[in-house]
Design a protein. Structure first.
Length: 217
């Protein structure tokens, strides 16, 4: 049976300075209770890897507002003016990565690849400082893998051994991030007996999940 813990216990597992992969898309599919617990703990100097930084007061936006984040790797920050302001002031370093490239860099870490070749970003600031590779007369950017110390996921439900089922938008980043972190913590809405989740609905097998967050009271 997979260990279930409180959000506060999960937050204590995550040291300041950690690289944290956080699932979700504009806070949909983001583990909100873990975000709240990290803010309450006073987390600092986190590197957050995510699709976006949501909005102030939502999802990752809570961490931004609380000063918990020193670096962001994301595909966009356009709906969070606090992230933009902190980037301009130098309080937060932001690396913007095309969305498809971001997913593939995370996947590359999860499956043990040395990098990803892509044409996306050639001739733009995305290319700056990155190696290029010539193949059959075509030029590609070499994008390096992104691996996290922790992956924080949100799921519709988990069973007792940690198999995860997602809903709707939560399918996008959560499953791939489960492959690419040393420790995976999932926040399901429900924890159910083994067999309740159809095998066809399991998108993250329990072997990848280290901790489950207890259901909210």
């Amino acid at each position: 049976m997979k260990h279930a813990c409180k959000p506060e216990q999960a937050a204590e597992m995550i040291p300041d300075g950690s690289v944290v992969l956080i699932g979700g898309f504009m806070a949909v599919g983001t583990p909100e209770r873990i975000m709240d617990a990290l803010v309450a703990r006073g987390a600092r100097n986190l590197t957050v890897v995510a699709n976006d930084t949501a909005m102030p007061g939502k999802g990752i936006g809570k961490l931004i507002s609380a000063g918990a984040v020193s670096r962001v790797i994301a595909s966009h920050i356009g709906l969070n003016p606090e992230t933009q302001q902190k980037m301009i002031s130098g309080e937060i370093e932001v690396e913007l990565v095309p969305q498809g490239t971001l997913v593939e860099r995370i996947r590359a870490a999860g499956v043990g690849l040395g990098g990803v070749l892509t044409k996306t970003g050639l001739g733009t600031p995305v290319e700056d400082g990155k190696p290029t590779v010539e193949i059959n007369g075509e030029t590609f950017l070499l994008e390096t893998p992104i691996r996290g110390d922790f992956a924080l996921l949100a799921a519709r439900q988990a069973d007792y051994v940690g198999n995860l089922e997602y809903s709707l938008t939560a399918h996008n980043f959560n499953p791939i991030m489960a492959l690419a972190a040393e420790t995976v913590i999932a926040e399901p809405q429900l924890i159910v007996p083994v067999g309740v989740i159809s095998p066809d609905s399991v998108k993250t097998p329990g072997v990848l999940v280290d901790h489950l967050i207890e259901r909210a009271a």
